[in-house]
Design a protein around this ligand. Structure first.
Ligand code: ATP
Ligand code: MG
Length: 567
């Protein structure tokens, strides 16, 4: 993981608005000069690339200001959470190249939170409400209309204390009672209208089992967890901006320390075109079998991108490029793919693969001869060296690289014209043979032995260069091509349609008849390659000996925008 640039190297240049706020706090001597952040995922799904944006910020700020960043699982809803998700989240953060200081769970604080709730009931700042959630919702009012006070709002403290304890002993049904903060039903901030603090859940918790029957709401858990841990800067997405006054309200009730106070700062979520970025919807895709699991290479999950062949560095470079702002928007997926190309261009060895093979016979080349041609691994990096590729009389080339009757500008293979075979010779096409159905089954050409790559330049101008593999010295392979998962540019906006209707029916194309050069026999799962002229590919972990499977990570050029213009 040492080839991943640290945030320090990446971010020396200019400050984003959050860094500026942190520097101001430091300059003012707040929190005794400490910087502490946390990344707080709820373990109810796999991380997506939006989370990578939060991760880069939470860990990046800590690193930049010699602080610490902890990983805190916000596990306050046992119904949706699972250890499977906890494990995957850890793996993904590490893969992105970040190290947490400690791991915490909101459930570590269940006792402290419970005690704090009891304290608030005693102080007359919380009460048990026995109304149904529907009635409570009706009483909320609107931003311009005050809400209606619950008939239970002024019940005796002793009664609430007793009921809250019995709620936690499992005496009451889910939904029959809740604990609410007693704040202000007329507040212009809806979150102050006696927000819910605790609800009853009987489902066992993945860590605490059946110890607890009441579980704190996000607003009653998050700020306090920050406070218990010593978080100084609690970074979250913009939708929490309206929750900030409530965050501060609870902290005020808890805090008796002049030198320390956690501060919530919000930034814009990452949204990407042609995909969805909500765990709930991603879970739906998985559950309904619309994709092949969380790590399907079409998914915007970290594990999906890993399997697809994206690199941590490419993702981090992308996050760096898009930056942090105070307004929401949607980022073009092409920008992420651009970062991936930029990174793989520097690192991926160049190899040859033919996706849709047709046989090319070099009729004047001796039968049985095998020439080992030198193939440069990476023109961007001389240190990457070279490997050998076998050249023989019978080769495979791409079917689409041949035309029997070609227009003038067709610089590939067609009878009567010359073309270069990459790393080998210039050949002159002499014809082809078709089967009864009119399909081309063999192409013929003659080579010029004086044109081997590396020989002194002849004065012949040859415009096209084709990739190829030897028939005998190549391996079969399956190649999976991916396209946008959704047809809609912003599927989240198409509220009236089912997720399924918005999918791109051609998001996956499986080619089972491909041929790859021998060099790839030693490829290991997740290894990256550039298939010359075709794109960047990696070896899929589904591969087995004798059955190699490659994923197309990205094509060499962004042809999506062109396709769209035509449509
Ligand atoms: P989702 O809506 O996808 O379920 P979430 O916000 O519920 O996401 P959490 O596990 O609570 O997911 O998120 C952990 C952290 O990641 C939070 O600080 C959250 O603000 C941040 N985060 C989640 N989605 C994005 C996103 N699209 N862009 C940036 N940060 C995000
Ligand atoms: Mg959440």
């Amino acid at each position: 993981m040492s080839d991943i640039k640290t945030n320090e190297e990446e971010g020396k240049k200019s400050l984003n608005f959050i860094e500026a706020m942190v520097e101001k706090d430091l300059a003012e001597g707040k929190n005794d000069g400490r910087v502490q952040t946390r990344f707080p995922p709820e373990p109810n799904g796999y991380l997506h690339i939006g989370h990578a944006k939060a991760i880069c910020l939470d860990f990046g700020i800590a690193e930049r200001y010699n602080g610490i960043c902890n990983l805190r699982f916000d596990d306050t809803n046992p119904v949706k959470e699972d250890v499977e998700y906890v494990d995957s989240i850890k793996e993904d953060i590490e893969w992105l190249g970040f190290k947490w200081n400690e791991i915490f769970y909101a459930s570590d604080y269940f006792q402290q939170l419970y005690d704090f709730a009891v304290q608030l009931i005693r102080e007359g700042k919380a009460y048990v409400d026995e109304q149904s959630s529907e009635v409570i919702a009706q009483q909320k009012g609107t931003p311009t209309q005050p809400g209606v006070e619950s008939p239970y709002r002024n019940r005796p403290v002793e009664e609430s204390l007793d009921l809250f304890a019995r709620m936690n002993q499992g005496e009451f049904e889910e939904g029959s009672m809740i604990l609410r903060a007693k704040i202000d039903m007329a507040s212009p901030n809806m979150h102050f209208r006696d927000p819910i603090m605790y609800r009853i859940i009987h489902h066992p918790h993945h860590r605490t089992g059946s110890t607890w029957r009441v579980y704190p709401m996000y607003d009653f858990a998050h700020g306090q967890s920050d406070y218990f841990e010593g978080v100084t800067h609690s970074l979250c997405t913009l939708e929490f901006e309206v929750h900030r006054p409530l965050y501060d309200y609870y902290i005020d009730l808890l805090n008796d320390n002049d030198n320390y106070r956690p501060r919530q700062i919000e930034f814009n979520r990452l949204n990407l075109t042609y995909t969805v970025m909500s765990k709930r919807k991603l879970l739906q895709l998985v559950k309904e079998g619309l994709v092949n699991g969380w790590d399907d290479p079409r998914m915007p999950t970290i594990c999906g991108y890993r399997r697809r062949g994206f690199t941590p560095q490419a993702i981090r470079n992308f996050i760096k490029k898009i930056g942090y702002t105070k307004y929401d928007g949607i980022i073009d997926m092409a920008l992420l793919e651009h970062s991936v190309r930029e990174d793989l261009n520097l690192t991926a060895p160049r190899v040859s693969a033919v996706l849709d093979p047709v046989k090319l016979i070099i009729t004047n080349y001796p039968e049985g001869t095998v020439e080992m041609m030198e193939a440069i691994n990476n023109p961007e990096n001389p240190e990457a060296g070279s490997h050998k590729i076998a050249f023989t009389r019978e080769l495979f080339i791409e079917r689409e690289d041949f035309m029997e009757e070609a227009p003038k500008k067709f610089f590939r293979m067609t009878p009567g014209r010359e073309v270069r075979l990459k790393n080998a010779y210039i050949v002159n096409c002499t014809g082809c043979r078709k089967n009864e159905a009119g399909e081309i089954i063999e192409i013929y050409a003659e080579y010029d032995p004086m044109t081997k790559t590396g020989m002194p330049e002849s004065n012949r101008k040859v415009k096209g260069t084709l990739h190829w593999v030897s028939v005998e010295h190549s391996l079969p392979a399956e190649v999976r091509l991916y396209d946008r998962l959704f047809l809609a540019e912003n599927p989240a906006e198409e509220k009236e349609k089912e997720l399924q209707e918005l999918l791109n029916p051609e998001s996956l194309t499986v080619l089972t008849n491909c041929r790859i050069e021998m060099e790839l026999a030693n490829a290991k799962p997740y290894d990256h390659f550039q298939f010359q002229r075709l794109g960047y590919f990696n070896l899929d972990p589904d591969s087995q000996e004798g059955k190699l499977i490659f994923n197309r990570t990205v094509s060499l050029k962004d042809n999506w925008s062109k396709v769209k213009e035509k449509a």
